[in-house]
Design a protein around this ligand. Structure first.
Ligand code: ADP
Ligand code: MG
Length: 279
């Protein structure tokens, strides 16, 4: 493909993720068993489900983690065949995954790491590297949004960071890279209530009307801040239920057991359920 034509294409097109009948395996074991999911510009989707359901597998497959094998189905992003792109190209297309378990990169300073990532993206967009002064100013601005301690920014990536600091750092990295589609894989786990609020509010501040997100979480708490438009329940590698924000409240109250019978993945009407009492 000719890079230049793509880069000078009008920016008006809708950014959109469309996953159809996605099957994926790891170590020969099928984990995703036919996922359908469409995310439009500006939408926030939440994916909920018990441990082992395949939520992290889905996020890893979207960003192109090499350990996972896609055996069937398709993913298009912004009209492009995402599965044909390598992980770096997917990042340059504007997809960002905040890891459930962020890795430590000893010996690589946060500043150098972020500068390399940002300038790689700029190169992809045919832009010059960002001048050092502008870059440091941008670091300061974005750090303030997630209230990331300046001491952390001068250390190696995630090295010796607490669980909460790693999660904050993930959102900081997201802030620096300004993705079109942000995938947050259990960003709330390991965060206390204050840190959760800072991270969630930071995320909201960073959102633009056309930015979309997929938020993976067990808890209503994060969703109270992020206000997803659409909630999906993932069980055993399939999306078995899709609904509005009230679905998250219902799961908070009733758990997942009542949803276990597979239902049509999209457009399946919800049966109204009586509220089950207090918070
Ligand atoms: P979730 O994020 O919903 O908790 P995961 O996507 O992490 O679920 O895991 C889905 C299933 O895939 C689990 O049964 C898990 O044991 C299995 N799995 C994940 N990673 C590997 C791996 N590297 N090798 C083998 N099985 C794996
Ligand atoms: Mg997971």
């Amino acid at each position: 493909m000719c890079e230049n034509i793509r880069n000078f294409a009008p920016k008006k097109q809708k950014h959109m993720l469309k996953i159809e009948n996605l099957h994926a395996s790891i170590g020969g074991k099928e984990i995703l068993k036919g996922i359908d999911l469409t995310v439009r510009d500006g939408e926030v989707h939440a994916i909920m489900g018990l441990n082992g359901a395949g939520k992290s597998t889905l996020s890893n497959v979207i960003v192109g983690h090499p350990a996972y094998e896609v055996t069937e189905g398709s993913i298009t992003f912004n009209g492009k065949d995402l599965l044909a792109l390598n992980p770096e190209e997917r990042a340059h297309e504007g997809i960002f995954l905040s890891f459930q378990q962020p890795v430590e990169i000893p010996g690589v300073s946060m500043v150098n790491f972020m500068r390399a990532a940002l300038n790689a993206k700029r190169k992809h967009l045919s832009l010059e590297p960002m001048p050092a002064g502008d870059f440091l100013k941008l670091m300061r601005e974005k750090r303030a949004i997630v209230e990331l301690d300046s001491k952390l920014a001068s250390r190696s990536v995630n090295e010796g960071f607490s669980g909460g600091e790693k999660k904050r750092n993930e959102i900081f990295q997201m802030a620096m890279l300004e993705p079109v589609l942000a995938i947050l894989d259990e960003t709330d786990s390991g965060l206390d209530v204050d840190a959760l609020r800072v991270v969630a509010e930071g995320f909201n501040k960073l959102r633009k009307p056309e930015t979309s997100a997929i938020v993976i979480t067990h808890y209503q708490r994060l969703l109270d801040y992020l206000k997803p438009d659409i909630i999906h329940v993932l069980i055993d590698g399939r999306i078995v239920k899709t609904g509005g924000p009230e679905l998250a409240t219902e799961i908070e109250n009733r758990g997942f057991d009542w949803i276990r019978t597979p239902q049509p993945p999209l457009g399946g009407e919800q049966t109204p359920q009586p509220p089950l009492g207090g918070e």
